[in-house]
Design a protein around this ligand. Sequence first.
Ligand code: COA
Length: 272
Amino acid sequence: MGVESMNVQFDFSGRHAVVFGGTTGINLGIAQAFAAAGADVTVVSRKQANVDAAVATLGARGFGTVADVRDEASVRAALAAAHDKHGPIDVLVSGAAGNFLADVNSMSSNAFKVVVDIDLVGSFHVARHAFEHLRKPGASVLFISAPQAVVPMPWQAHVGAAKAGIDQFARVLALEWGAAGVRVNAISPGPIAGTEGMKRLAPQGPEGDALVRAMVPLGRMGTPRDIAHLAMFLGSDAAAYLSGTVIACDGGAQNMLTPMITAAIGQGMATR
Ligand code: COA
C-alpha cells in the first residue's frame, strides 16, 4: 500500500449526517466537522433556540429540528424530517445525554430514571427508528459513551449504568445490523474542555484544570475537534471494517491510575 493511499482525506459530499444532541459541546463539534467535510447535516435537540443557534454555524447544508429523545414520537418525527430534507442517513450520531452529581442514597427513583431514559432509552429510540432511514449498505451509527461505562465513579451510578448499557447496545446492534451493511460503534470521550459535562463533573478553576490534566497522559484536556476527528474516521469508508467497537478518545486517561503509581515510585516505593 502506497503512502498516498493511506493519507485519507475526509470528504462527505453528498452524504447525510444526523446528530442527536448536536447543538452543543462535543456533538456540535461533530456536526460542524461533518459540515466542513461537505456533508448535509441535521442536528436534533430539545430546545428550538439551541437548534437555531447550531444551524447558523453549519453553513448552507445545515438543518435542524426539535425532539426529546425520551419521546419516541418526537424522535420518529425528527428522523422523518431529516430524511425529507436531506435524504437517507449515512452517519447517525446518538449523543443526547443528561448528567448531574448525586450519590445513590440521595437519588430518587426518578433521578436515576431520567438519566437512563435520556442516555440509554433515548439511544434505543434514535437507533430503532433511524434504521428505516439509513442508507443501506454503507451507513454508520455512532453512540457517545463515557468512561463511566467501565470505570466506576462515585455519584455517577445513573450515568455508569446508562453508558454501560449503551456500550453493550452498540455491540449487539453491530451483530444485528451487520448483515444490512450497517456499522455500529461508540466513542468514549475523555475530559473535553468547555463542555457541559466538565462544568457539571470537574472541579473548576486553575486547580481543577491542573488536576484533570494530571490524569491525562497527553497532558491536556481534549477538544470537541479531537472527538470529531474520530467521528469522521468512524463514519468514513476508511473505517469500512470497523464495527462493534467502543473507542476511548481521551489522551490515555483510561489509564488514570498511572499518576498514583508514578507518585509512589517518586516516593521511593519501587522495590529495587
Ligand atoms: N441531584 C439529585 N437529583 C437530581 C438532580 C441532582 N443534582 N438534578 C435532578 N435531579 C432529579 C430531580 O429531583 C428529579 O427527580 P424527582 O422527580 O424525584 O424530584 C429528576 O432528577 C428529574 O429531574 P428534572 O429536572 O425534572 O429532569 P429534566 O428532564 O428537566 O432534566 C436532567 C434532565 C436532570 C438530566 C438535566 O440535568 C438536563 O436536562 N441535562 C441536560 C444537559 C446535560 O446534563 N449535559 C451533560 C451531559 S454529560
